[in-house]
Design a protein around this ligand. Sequence first.
Ligand SMILES: *[C@@H]1O[C@H](CO)[C@@H](O)[C@H](O)[C@H]1NC(C)=O
Ligand SMILES: *[C@@H]1O[C@H](CO)[C@@H](O)[C@H](O)[C@H]1NC(C)=O
Ligand SMILES: *[C@@H]1O[C@H](CO)[C@@H](O)[C@H](O)[C@H]1NC(C)=O
Ligand SMILES: *[C@@H]1O[C@H](CO)[C@@H](O)[C@H](O)[C@H]1NC(C)=O
Ligand SMILES: *[C@@H]1O[C@H](CO)[C@@H](O)[C@H](O)[C@H]1NC(C)=O
Ligand SMILES: *[C@@H]1O[C@H](CO)[C@@H](O)[C@H](O)[C@H]1NC(C)=O
Ligand SMILES: *[C@@H]1O[C@H](CO)[C@@H](O)[C@H](O)[C@H]1NC(C)=O
Ligand SMILES: *[C@@H]1O[C@H](CO)[C@@H](O)[C@H](O)[C@H]1NC(C)=O
Length: 522
Amino acid sequence: MVLVIAFVLGLQYFELTPISIVSPRNGTVSQFRETNNITKSAENQTSLAYQEPSSGFEPRNSSTTEVLKSLEHKFLNDSPKSEPSEQSRGNDTANSLHSLQPKIPQRKKNHERSTKKSPLVVVSISQMNNMILKRHSDPNNSLAPRWGSKVDKELKTARNKIKNSELVKKDDTLYAPLYHNLSIFKRSYELMEQTLKVYVYSEGDRPIFHQPEAIMDGMYASEGWFMKLMESSQKLLTKDPTKAHLFYLAFSSRILQQKLYVRDSHRRINLVKHLRNYIDLIVSKYPFWNRTRGSDHFFTACHDWAPAETRGPYVNCIRSLCNADVGVDFVVGKDVSLPTTRISSLQNPNGNIGGNRPSKRTILAFFAGKLHGHVRRILLKQWSSSSEPDMKILNRIDHKTYVRFMKRSRFCVCAKGYEVNSPRVVESVLYGCVPVIISDNFVPPFLEVLDWESFAVFVPEKEIPNLRKILISIPVRRYVKMQKRVLKVQKHFMWHDGEPVRYDIFHMILHSVWYNRVFQTF
Ligand SMILES: *[C@@H]1O[C@H](CO)[C@@H](O)[C@H](O)[C@H]1NC(C)=O
Ligand SMILES: *[C@@H]1O[C@H](CO)[C@@H](O)[C@H](O)[C@H]1NC(C)=O
Ligand SMILES: *[C@@H]1O[C@H](CO)[C@@H](O)[C@H](O)[C@H]1NC(C)=O
Ligand SMILES: *[C@@H]1O[C@H](CO)[C@@H](O)[C@H](O)[C@H]1NC(C)=O
Ligand SMILES: *[C@@H]1O[C@H](CO)[C@@H](O)[C@H](O)[C@H]1NC(C)=O
Ligand SMILES: *[C@@H]1O[C@H](CO)[C@@H](O)[C@H](O)[C@H]1NC(C)=O
Ligand SMILES: *[C@@H]1O[C@H](CO)[C@@H](O)[C@H](O)[C@H]1NC(C)=O
Ligand SMILES: *[C@@H]1O[C@H](CO)[C@@H](O)[C@H](O)[C@H]1NC(C)=O
């Protein structure tokens, strides 16, 4: 049912898929203009933007690096008040890839489609944003509880308070341009701190349940880190389930796969059964699931298979998934995109965060990774042997070199692998590299509150051949702003062992769950 809705919604968007990408700084989207001679400005490795005839901004005779330097000075050292106001930011946003979407002819028929696995419908980020707003304002999309409870009133009160939040134009700890609406995020976050109580069912056998220590490193670590911090939070947990606004199902999708999947069986029915038995137990033992049909229950799951494993009885839950694919059955506004964080050291979960200033980032675009999935095959085919020296699109390389490249690149390409998510998104942010997400229908983390298009570039899969044109057409001025925002958003993507920190990744995941819960309470 949800799948059908997603598909129907998707179909409506099909015709709107963007094709024109270049965004001159005055806010109009136009086709690539050969007259601007993009290839010419690309001669120099450091060129980033093509020169616009009427550009009053860049001295015509200075190299991009010099421009970057002067802008760095202007923007990076500035106090927040020199950042554009909400209003002028509107134009910035309008400059982003998906915001103006001319109608395009339908994609060519089957024989032209070399990439069989590309999704039929592509939902843009601004369309996702609209879908969230729509879901959060339409009572028909939410499940009315079967019987009332004190917590419903608390959630409704919180909802009203957030909607009527006092206007906050700037804040010492939150950088306004990062958010759809700073006032709303700030208020919602504070109300979460004041209000939210989470109940954790004690049922569930280890190690699949309640054993985060088993899954604290590697690609799927975010489910382990979340579980550890959630289960040890004195502040957020309640022992009284009647006081709980949310019920956490503490399992690891990765350990489920490790323990129960029979190698080469190509069957995961036993994994699905395991999770189903768990819910059967919870349903029969407690009244809480029945009250809301599971819509106040949530879990975090990072393994690729988690979306498929948690259909059926879990479908109403707030599913926090790394594999957040709106083209499959991820429901924006209900489900929550869980950041994929690749953790190699428990002592240093965020890696050696940092990177060069914009003027010291001499590589235009960087990617390295295994040839997982069709998108990377196309990407590497197109760009790995490109004659453009500023395009570093590589097969897998060692991790040290990988990090060094990320710290020296202006843009880091986050191309999907077998599934839509990639640890590169968070890595780019932590290494100060503007993420370029090539993964149709991927829902980026914290989309409920973050204005992703203000600090990341979204390139549709079919535009891979134009990747370089798209990147060099981003004006230097805009690049420097985006890079600054990447630095500002870092704190939302950092893990903290022991005691989590305000606004860190743990709290942001929980906030998205809270926010979707609050805004689906009518
Ligand atoms: C934006 O720039 C293009 C070309 O530089 C120009 O044709 C167009 O009129 C401009 N639009 C606005 C609103 O200034
Ligand atoms: C772009 O510049 C190159 C080198 O200056 C020139 O050969 C080419 O004709 C130009 N292309 C266009 C479309 O102006
Ligand atoms: C590239 O840089 C060189 C000097 O570094 C300069 O002479 C040349 O004009 C530049 N080319 C372009 C297209 O900007
Ligand atoms: C070129 O740049 C130099 C310094 O970078 C400046 O002194 C000079 O006036 C500039 N020339 C033009 C024509 O803008
Ligand atoms: C945004 O751009 C439009 C034209 O596209 C212009 O009329 C408007 O004044 C701009 N707003 C700001 C705040 O710069
Ligand atoms: C919700 O459903 C009712 C009855 O089906 C319908 O009348 C109403 O228009 C719907 N509301 C929205 C916002 O679609
Ligand atoms: C943010 O939300 C508040 C509260 O709903 C509203 O008053 C304000 O206009 C919004 N700001 C923007 C920029 O949308
Ligand atoms: C919840 O509902 C199911 C089926 O509707 C029922 O079998 C179960 O006993 C109920 N749970 C409780 C605790 O009443």
